[in-house]
Design a protein around this ligand. Structure first.
Ligand SMILES: [Fe+2]
Ligand SMILES: [Fe+2]
Length: 353
């Protein structure tokens, strides 16, 4: 049963109080009059994420790019392999954020019946659009050929196939007639939410690693900094969709069957393998100390973290082979504030990331 639309019927006075409505509120299949009453809250974690995302507000135009422009224009500063790895990684992340912007706006948000969760996803959608703009900023700053970035998937079979797999996963609920409210469809929606965790929390990670590894070697610092801002946003998105997933599991425990758990585990296993294969195809035999074996171990480590975040057991028990990456991915150690140039953190409120 999908959420009732109160405005399709004639006016009938109701004794339902606001508190009754909020008590019945659910992430999906709840009572929803479409009026976004968010006080009081049923899902306070969503409102916390919304507020934290606002504190993280940034714009790509303010990330300094001059050193990257100089480096890219200087033919001796980067090897052909480094240029190829940079462009291919940029091509993939730009494709990924583009499809995620549409996925949230078209596939996900219309089924959510908790206004505070809608609020958080609306903000997330804005951030994905900002990421799309970030990649365009890099393309323009470096005067890269847009055909080589946005059009790469039309010539690069591996990129084409990777995009196709991601699109197939997010488009399972793209049918405009798809509705939550049946056991099968609710499982499909929950699988789509976990698909978001896979997209945000696995598919970006070899590219992030590649950008950070370049930055660590004093190459393309501005791009690496922009990726840090994007990565911090993605971390919030991951937390949001992990909480959405766990809330739906709690509100509709019948969906979390052994067969469904096996299906989700397989999805995450496939995603880790695909991401490791993709990363390996980008770096070849290795680049600046980043080897295919270490990259694979890292992606497996990330996959285990995602499994555990939704209550599933680890598969790989891999360790994070890159102790240095915390410096780039943990908010308390973010190095540069683009508003002031030297300060270590850049939230507009208190730092909670
Ligand atoms: Fe994004
Ligand atoms: Fe995201």
């Amino acid at each position: 049963m999908s959420a009732p639309n109160l405005f399709q019927e004639e006016f009938k006075p109701s004794k339902l109080t606001n508190a009754d409505i909020i008590n019945q509120r659910r992430v999906i299949n709840g009572f929803d009059d479409g009026l976004m009453q968010i006080s009081p809250l049923k899902h306070p974690w969503a409102y916390d994420h919304f507020n934290n995302m606002i504190k993280n507000t940034w714009v790509p135009q303010e990330v300094p790019m001059q050193s990257d422009i100089n480096m890219w224009c200087d033919t001796s500063s980067l090897t052909d392999q480094e240029r190829r790895v940079y462009s291919r990684s940029l091509a993939f992340v730009s494709n990924l954020d583009g499809l995620q912007t549409n996925n949230l706006a078209c596939n996900i948000i219309r089924h959510i019946t908790s206004p505070e969760v809608v609020l958080a996803i609306a903000r997330q959608t804005f951030e994905e659009a900002l990421h799309v703009q970030s990649y365009a900023t890099l393309v323009e700053a470096m005067q890269l050929d847009p055909e080589e970035i946005y059009g790469l998937y039309r010539r690069d079979q591996e990129l084409y196939e990777k995009n196709q797999i991601v699109l197939r996963a997010v488009n399972k609920i793209a049918d405009p007639l798809f509705k939550t409210g049946t056991f099968e469809n609710d499982q499909m929606f929950l699988e789509a939410c976990i698909g978001n965790i896979v997209l945000e929390g696995i598919y970006f990670f070899s590219a992030f690693l590649i950008f950070y590894n370049l930055r660590r070697n004093n190459k393309m610092q501005g791009s690496g900094e922009m990726i840090q801002f994007i990565n911090r946003d993605e971390d919030m998105h991951l937390r949001l969709f992990t909480d959405i997933t766990n809330a739906i599991k709690e509100e509709q425990p019948e969906l979390w069957t052994d067969a469904f758990k096996a299906r989700i585990t397989q999805n995450i296993k496939d995603a880790v393998e695909m991401e490791a294969t993709w990363g390996e195809s980008c770096i070849g035999t290795g680049i600046l100390g980043l080897t295919p074996d270490l990259l694979k171990e890292y992606i497996q480590f990330v996959g285990d973290v995602r499994l555990q975040s939704i209550g599933l057991p680890k598969i790989w028990n891999s360790k994070n082979p890159f102790a240095w990456i915390d410096e780039y991915t943990q908010g308390s150690m973010i190095e540069v504030n683009f508003f002031e140039g030297t300060v270590r953190e850049y939230q507009t409120g208190t730092l909670e990331w």
